[in-house]
Each structure stands twice: as C-alpha cells, then as structure tokens.
Ligand binder design. Structure first.
Ligand code: F6R
Length: 609
C-alpha cells in the first residue's frame, strides 16, 4: 500500500529512485513521483498510472553520477483523493517535499489549523499536511530536527515518512509508525525503502526501524551520518543487519506474468517449505519451542484475504488432527469487536508480507493481552516477524503477482505440518496416522507439478466463462475455504463477480440466483462428502446453472469437467484443485485483456486499515 524510496549519494539518482520504485510497484500503481535536490535546487516529477509513465516523463532528465544528490520517490495506492497528478506524491509545502505511506487520521484538524495560518493546500490527500506542518513548526523552531519531531508528535495514524527540505540540502528526515521503513547504507550512500527489495544489490547492511522512531540522515565529506531517536527524543542504537536476497528470483523467467511463474513454482517452493522439517518420522520446527504449547487449550487465527482463507482451511486441520478448538477471525473485524482474550489461547497470525496493518494490529493486541503469539509469514524481518514470540517462515520466495498463489500454497503446507506437530505433542494421533500424513506431505511437490494438458484445457475452457452474471464457487469442509480462495482469485484479476459459498448453504438463499447465466464452479473431492456435494450440484443444475465440476470422478450432469488425478488423500485433492482454480482465474483474466500482475485498485501489501 504505497511504496517509498529515498537516496543520498553520488550514483545516478534518477535510476536509483526509479529502479527502487519498480521493486515496490506491487504496493500501488495509481501514480508515481520523485523529487530530487541538488544543493538547494529542488525538482519534482509526477505522473498518474504505472511507473512507465513516470519513466517516459523523466526520460530527458539527466542526473549523471559523481554529484551528491538527495532524492525521494513514491508509488501510490490512493487512500485520500483520486489518483490524479495533484494527489500524487511527493507533496510540497513552500520549500519541503514529503512522501508518505499510511494514513494521517487527524489530517483534517491539522489542515484547518494551518489554513487559518495562511497555508494553501492543493491536493485532497492527508499527506500534504505533513510538509506544511513541518514548515509551520520550522518557523517557530529554527532547529529542523526539532521541528520535525514536533511535527511527527502531532500526527495520529500510521506512517512511514521521508521529508527533504531546501534549508537542509543534504539531509533526509524520516519517521516510522505502523508502516514499514528500512534504511540501507554503504560508507558514502544512504538508501531508504518500504521493504528490502529496492535495497538488494545496493546496500549490504540495513536497519529495520521500530515504531515511533524518527531521525535524520546525511552525507558529509563522503561519510554517512545516521541519527535515530525514540519518541522521547533519546538517541537509539543502530542495529545493523546484513542483507542478502538473491534478485534473480524476482524475474519472470519466460512466463507471461509473475502470477503464472509463481503458480508453476509451487512444486519447488513447497519442497523448500518442507525441507528439514519432516524428519525422523516426525515434524520438526527448529524455530518453535515445545513449551509454546504448554497450557494451550485453543487456537485463534487472525489474517486477511488469501491468508485468512489459509487460516480458515487450517481450522479444519487443527480440530480434526490436533483436536484443539480453533477460531478464525478476519483481522479487521477482530480488532474492534472487543474480543475476549484468554491466556490459554495460542494466537496465530498468517501473512505473506508480514506488514498487513490490520493483522499487525491484531497481533499487537494479542501480545499486549499476554497471549503466546506465532506468525506464519513469508518475509523475514517483517514487522510481524519482529513482533511475534515465534515465527514459521513459509519460504515461498518473493511473490510479485498481486494475486497471492505460492504464498497460499506454502501457508497451507506449514499449517498442515503444524497441525501434526501439535497433535504429536498433545498425543492426539497414532504413530501410524502420523507416518501416513508425513508421506502425504512429502508427496505434495509432485502433486503440484503442472500437467501441460491440464493448462491447455483450462486455456480453452476459459473462453466459455467470460460472461454471465456471476460465479459461485462451492465446496464443503476444507474445500469451502478453497472455494472462497478460488472466487477471490477470479474477482481480483478478472473483475468478474464471484462468491465462494459453502455448498450446503446455497439452498438457504443464493440458489435464487440460479439460471443459465450463473456459473457454478463445484469442488467435488472424492474423499470428503462427495455424495452430499453431488446433491448440492444437482440442485443447481436443476435450476439451469452452468456447472464446471472439478473432481476425480466423472460427473455426467456437469456442463464442463476438469478431472483431477485419482488421489487417496483429501489434501492431494485440495492442492490439485487449488492449481486448477489459480490457472482458471488467470486464463479468464488474460482473455479479458487484464494486467494479471497489477490488477486495478489493488496493491500487494495493505499497510493501511
Ligand atoms: C489476494 C491477496 C490478499 C492478501 C491480503 C493479506 O490474492 O493477496 O487478499 O492475502 O491482503 O496480505 P498478507 O498475507 O500479506 O497479510
């Protein structure tokens, strides 16, 4: 949800900022902008839409190397104000520029105060007030860092902020609360990013800021200076970490879209997720301490979107296998329902990015209430990983497609393994059952190898599912959350209306929608409630709904049929169907001419509430 970058150094600053933004474009692509300062000359470039438009706009801008420059950049996912050039960042006061990720909740109050003091605003954003408020405070308080601190203390909400100002022409002021912000450095350069990605290959060492930290950086005499302060204006020690991520994983590698590549990668990343964790006839999570489960009587899972679907699916496993009562909550609902938190609850959050604002806040609530917390996450060093008591990393690698695929697959495997791990500790399963399950887990990478014929068939089939007035994805048991996920994939990238529904619930209302223009995607595993599913699908077929059945068994009344391999475990069917749903959504979206990797109105990392 918005990406920000910053740089001080002598490299070609336009390239550094734009390359950095291209690594963060998945966080928002409503507009992009950069501001560059050389001595006290400030220039700004903004354009609406994807980063390519900004690249076109700045093609004549020359920022050769060997001159010290300071710059900031932003890629936007609009929250306040439409995606117009005026609302694009960087935002400007009289002489200061600012980029911001997050939401300033009290911006209206600040704006009113500043307007009464003669400040003029040109955008509808919450961000613009930051530049003006800083200048207002600077008038009263000539020390720029102090003025910045006063400014930050007045802001309510979530933010990662970079600010440059003509009066301090080789410095960047920064602040973080809620939204992610990372600084990287070499001896004579400083980089900022909303994630590690823009820093890879440039900075060897990084520091992850904590909430409520702010400060200032600069380069003097070819040497960097970094000052970090806490809320009380006390200096904070700089904790350096090394940065080593292999950039080659973030290339498309011959596939049409990152999403397609990531669907195809699932077999490999699941092998990595399992590696070293299934051994000696049991599950090992080195990162967990077995005492984590002492006195645990139940589990609460909190997450958003696809990660929520993984959580919901896992509740079937935690209850069926581990025999632990499990509740699953959408994080944005959980936070405000005044939940009753019990110390005997293990609180699990699931997140690909580790930065989703609602999930992060739910995790903070659970920690403050003294619950044991565990995060299942794909991004090491993310905010959730740094906060939770325990972490299991999903090892999916960088996921670039906005529609999550391989992250979901790895989350599911981790959660399945965790259900067995807990069951083993709680002695709720037999040795034979555990052995059978372990064998099944080790088989998943081969189940996820995509058969070319299947993909070709889905490509052909997709052209019959481009119109109609909507889709119902239906399933029962653990296939119900998978149906939710299938529907989410389709709506995200095809913009067609789709709902996931428990198959048995259709007759309680939604079946009223059934006619030949309603497409039903029926998940019909042979291992779980097959006969019941059959009846539910027949009810829809009798009302003329067009049926696409996904099953190991031929189903004569289906209009279309995708056969999955005869499998003797419901989780094999789960993963096979998952692939079918991902590819089907992708092929429909491609036929509709959509940008599969950057669907409209979405962003990969949702760091606002
Ligand atoms: C859907 C999708 C989103 C995310 C959700 C949570 O394809 O990607 O629904 O799952 O925004 O994000 P994380 O998992 O990063 O917390």
């Amino acid at each position: 949800m918005c990406g920000i970058v910053g740089y001080i150094g002598q490299k070609n600053i336009k390239e550094v900022l734009i390359n950095g933004l291209s690594e963060l474009e998945y966080r928002g692509y409503d507009s992009a902008g950069i501001a560059i300062m050389q001595e006290s000359n400030l220039s700004i470039y903004k354009s609406i839409g994807k980063l390519n438009n900004l690249i076109d706009k700045t093609k004549d801008l020359k920022t050769d190397k060997n001159i010290l420059r300071v710059g900031i950049g932003h890629t936007r996912w609009a929250t306040h104000g439409k995606p117009t050039e005026l609302n694009a960042h960087p935002h400007i006061g009289e002489f200061s520029f600012v980029v911001h990720n997050g939401i300033i909740e009290n911006y209206k109050k600040i704006k009113d105060k500043l307007e009464k003091n003669g400040h003029k605003f040109i955008s509808q954003t919450d961000t613009e007030v930051i530049a003006h408020l800083f200048e207002y405070n600077l008038e009263k308080q000539s020390d720029a860092l102090k003025a910045f601190q006063i400014t930050i203390n007045e802001l309510e909400g979530a933010y990662a902020i970079l600010l440059i100002t003509k009066s301090e022409n080789n410095r960047i002021f920064f602040a973080k609360n809620g939204s992610p912000l990372i600084i990287g450095y070499t001896e004579d350069e400083i980089y900022f990013g909303s994630s590690d990605a823009p820093l890879v290959g440039l900075a060897n060492e990084v520091t992850y800021f904590n909430d409520n930290e702010f400060g200032v950086v600069s380069i003097y005499n070819n040497t960097n200076s970094i000052e970090i302060y806490n809320k009380k204006f006390e200096k904070v020690d700089i904790i350096k970490k090394s940065l080593s991520i292999n950039k080659q994983f973030a290339q498309k590698g011959g596939f049409r879209f990152f999403m397609e590549k990531e669907v195809y990668e699932q077999s490999r990343v699941i092998s990595e997720t399992i590696m070293g964790r299934v051994k000696d006839e049991k599950i090992e999570f080195e990162e967990l301490n077995k005492t984590l489960f002492d006195n645990i009587e139940n589990i609460t899972i909190c997450a958003c979107g696809t990660s929520f679907h993984a959580g919901l699916a896992s509740s079937y496993l935690f209850e069926r296998i581990s025999k632990v009562p499990t509740k699953v909550e959408v994080a944005s609902e959980f936070r405000y329902k005044e939940p009753l938190l019990n110390k005997n609850t293990l609180f699990i959050v699931i997140s690909q990015s580790g930065e989703t604002a609602d999930t992060l806040e739910a995790l903070k609530m659970a920690k403050e209430a003294g619950l044991k917390t565990l995060v299942i996450c794909n991004v090491d060093n993310s905010s959730m990983v740094r906060l939770a008591d325990f972490t299991i990393l999903t090892r999916a690698g960088i996921e670039k497609g906005v529609a999550s695929t391989k992250a979901f697959a790895t989350q599911m495997v981790v959660l399945w393994m965790l259900s067995l791990y807990i069951a083993n500790i709680k002695k709720s399963i037999s040795k034979e059952f555990l052995e059978k399950e372990l064998k099944a887990i080790l088989t998943i990478p081969s189940i996820l190898k995509i058969d070319n014929n299947l993909h070709e068939k889905l490509k052909r089939l997709s052209k019959r599912y481009l119109h109609g007035h909507g889709f119902f994805f239906i399933g029962r048991d653990i296939f119900y959350p998978l149906a939710l996920e299938g529907a989410l994939k389709l709506k995200e990238i095809s913009y067609l209306h789709a709902e996931g529904y428990p198959a048995g619930e259709m007759k309680h209302g939604p079946i009223a929608l059934a006619d030949s223009e309603l497409f039903t995607i029926a998940l019909m595993p042979k291992n779980i409630l097959y006969e019941k599913m059959k009846s539910n699908v027949e009810e829809l077929s009798a009302r003329d709904s067009t049926i696409l059945a996904i099953s190991a068994y031929e189903f004569e009344i289906a209009d279309d049929f995708i056969k999955i391999k005869e499998q003797n475990h419901y989780m094999f069917e789960f993963f096979e169907m998952m692939i079918v749903l991902q590819l089907l959504a992708m092929e429909i979206a491609i036929r509709l001419g959509n940008d599969v990797d950057m669907p409209r109105n979405l962003a990969k990392s949702v760091t606002v509430e």
